[in-house]
Structures are given as C-alpha cells and as structure tokens.
Design a protein around this ligand. Structure first.
Ligand SMILES: Nc1ncnc2c1ncn2[C@@H]1O[C@H](COP(=O)(O)OP(=O)(O)OP(=O)(O)O)[C@@H](O)[C@H]1O
Ligand SMILES: [Mg+2]
Length: 332
C-alpha cells in the first residue's frame, strides 16, 4: 500500500455546551461569531470552559484527511506543531490511536485550539480560535528525512499563510519523489495568497482540491465547470467540489461530473477533508479518475451524516463495502 504524509495546523476543537451567554459576554464574543484570540485570552477561556466540562476533538484539515487515509489502510504520517501541554499531548496521542505516525514539533506557545461555545435552544455556535504553537511552525523546522519513503504529500491550504514553510515543504516532498496534493482550504486563503498559490501549483502541485468559492478565487471564473477547466491547466488533476451537488474532476482532456453519494446530512463539517482522503486512497490504488471521485464522494457522504469530523464504525464499514464493490468492478 502506498503511503502519505500530511502537514497542517495541529488544532484541537474544544466544545462546550453553556447554560447561558454569560461567558460569551465576559470575553466579548458576539453570538455566532468567529474571533481570533491571543494566548492569554485563549488560556483564560480554556480554563473557564474546563470547569464547565468540555469535549476535545483533535482536528485541522490535513489532520482529518490523514486520519482518514490511515483508516483506509495507507501508512500515514503527519507533521504539525504543538505546545508543551496536555492539549498537544492529546492531539499527538489521538492521531497515533488512529495509526498515524506523527512528527510533532514543539513550541513555547501553548497548543492551538478552536474553542466552540454551544448556547441556546438552537445550539448556536460561537468560535474563539487561538492558533498558538501551530502558527510557530517554520521552514527551519523541516528536515529532508521527514519526507523520505512517502509516496504522497498533502498540504492544507491554511498553511499557505506561511509561504516560506510551504515552499520548503513542497521542495523537500518533490525531492523525496512524492505526488503533491493541496486542499485550498478557504476562498480568503486563496484570495490573499493568489500569486504565491499560482506559482506553487504550477511548479509543484499534482492534485488540487478546491470547492466552488476557492476555484472561483483562484481562476476568477464564476462557473465551477469553467473554473475546473482553467484550474486543470495548472496541474495534473483538478477537483472542484460543489457540496451536495457533487464534484467535477479533470485531468488533461478527461473530465467527469460525479453526483454526491446519497446521504442523510446532519452536519457538513469535514466533507472536503474526507473527500480528499477517499480520492487519494483510490488514486494510490491506481483507480481511474472517475472512480477516484466516486470513492471520495462515498466517504464524504458518510461524514455529513455524523456531527463533527469522525465517521462512526458502522458507517466506515458501509463505506469500505461500497468502495470494495466499486474497486472490484473496475478490476473486473
Ligand atoms: N449533503 C451532502 N450529501 C452527500 N454528499 C455531500 C453532501 N455535502 C457534501 N458532500 C460531498 O462532500 C464533497 C465535498 O463537500 P464540499 O463541496 O462542501 O467541500 P468543502 O467546501 O471543501 O468542504 P469543507 O467545508 O469540509 O471544507 C462534495 O463534493 C460531495 O461529494
Ligand atoms: Mg474544504
């Protein structure tokens, strides 16, 4: 089985169900907003939440993808940066429980986290992000041996904000002979790093995952299918995901539309990360482009049926069966 290494912001979601909005007011967090907070505020909020009782879910886009490729059976590695604290340890040990080989770098800052306040009858969510140690990862942290032996290298677009880090990482991955993929993460990441991303994709990236708004930001083309065609001129394989409407894939002159796999959606969180894992897994098996998209869609349809980013065991079992049938058909 081919192997994959991912790099990303090592962030843990800290979820707390609050009796009322007292804490939100105390920390000046408007209901439903997403704010970045500094270390001091981040640590104070976390202490306050601990007293209430919280749920920890290690995440971050690339970490989610890599956890998923590991469950598919690909030898999977992850590079990220954490603080010297229990949250960092939890991140590392959770990744390892899923079979991921971690290279966790250490920072003096405390570990990155996304604190999620759940309030009111409608379970409204308010976010306070503290990136902390994750933001401290830099090019000087990387060593060529981290990349050796891997077949794929997957980058989360959020890291592009640290351009030197990504430039060095992709260079090292290329030298190690990896196939390089990137998930564009968010349209504002693409907008604010457009020239850098174009250069990166042109020079190094083989597989690009973008959703509708990200492909629009990259190509300046409104229509996802037209944007796909433009995007595909910059890389070997381009994927434009259009949520519940499915995805578009293109390699050279080959193009496919893949409808979304049937699902009873409850929470779309993690759909994109999981799709990428399914696609890369299928790609590593040598599946044709169309089936890579279908396998991405099958596993993404499972994650939208659960709250959060972790697919439960029965759904994993269903997905693996559905994928096995598809692979058997191709291998005829
Ligand atoms: N409601 C749904 N039902 C079935 N499949 C879905 C649904 N929503 C998304 N998917 C699948 O997940 C894939 C990726 O979703 P989406 O287009 O939302 O990506 P994304 O915007 O990158 O997601 P994310 O918000 O996780 O970053 C889609 O192409 C589709 O196959
Ligand atoms: Mg996405």
């Amino acid at each position: 089985m081919k192997s994959i290494l991912g790099i990303g912001n090592a962030l843990t979601d800290i979820l707390a169900v609050l009796p009322d909005d007292t804490l939100l007011r105390e920390y000046h967090l408007p209901l439903g907003s997403m704010q970045h907070v500094d270390m001091e505020t981040g640590d104070r909020i976390w202490s306050a939440l601990k007293e209430i009782g919280v749920k920890y879910v290690p995440g971050g886009s690339a970490a989610n993808t890599i956890t998923c490729t590991s469950i598919f059976g690909m030898p999977s590695g992850y590079i990220g940066k954490i603080g010297d604290d229990e949250l960092g340890q939890l991140f590392k040990s959770t990744m390892e429980q899923f079979g991921v080989k971690t290279t966790m770098l250490h920072s003096d800052k405390s570990s990155g986290r996304c604190m999620v306040f759940i309030t009111g009858a409608n379970a409204e969510r308010t976010f306070a992000d503290y990136m902390g140690a994750a933001l401290e990862m830099g090019p000087e942290d990387l060593k060529p041996e981290y990349f050796e032996g891997y077949d794929y290298f997957h980058i989360e677009g959020y890291l592009v904000q640290n351009q030197e880090l990504i430039a060095k990482a992709t260079q090292m991955a290329k030298e190690a002979g990896c196939i390089i993929s990137i998930d564009m993460a968010s349209y504002n990441v693409v907008e604010s790093n457009n020239a850098f991303l174009h250069n990166l994709v042109d020079k190094y990236v083989d597989i690009v995952f973008a959703n509708e708004t990200e492909s629009r930001a990259f190509t300046k083309i409104e229509d996802p299918r037209e944007a796909l065609r433009k995007l595909a001129q910059h890389c070997d394989t381009a994927i434009v995901k259009v949520g519940k409407h499915g995805s578009w894939l293109r390699r050279g002159d080959e193009e496919h539309y893949i409808p979304a796999w049937p699902a009873n959606p409850v929470d779309a969180t993690g759909a994109g990360d999981t799709y990428a894992a399914g696609f890369i897994y299928a790609h590593s098996l040598g599946m044709p482009l169309k089936e890579c998209g279908e396998i991405g869609s099958i596993i993404a349809a499972k994650v939208v049926e659960v709250i959060g980013t972790k697919i439960d065991v029965p759904r994993w079992r269903d997905a693996k069966l559905e994928i096995k049938e598809l692979v058997a058909k191709v291998n005829g």
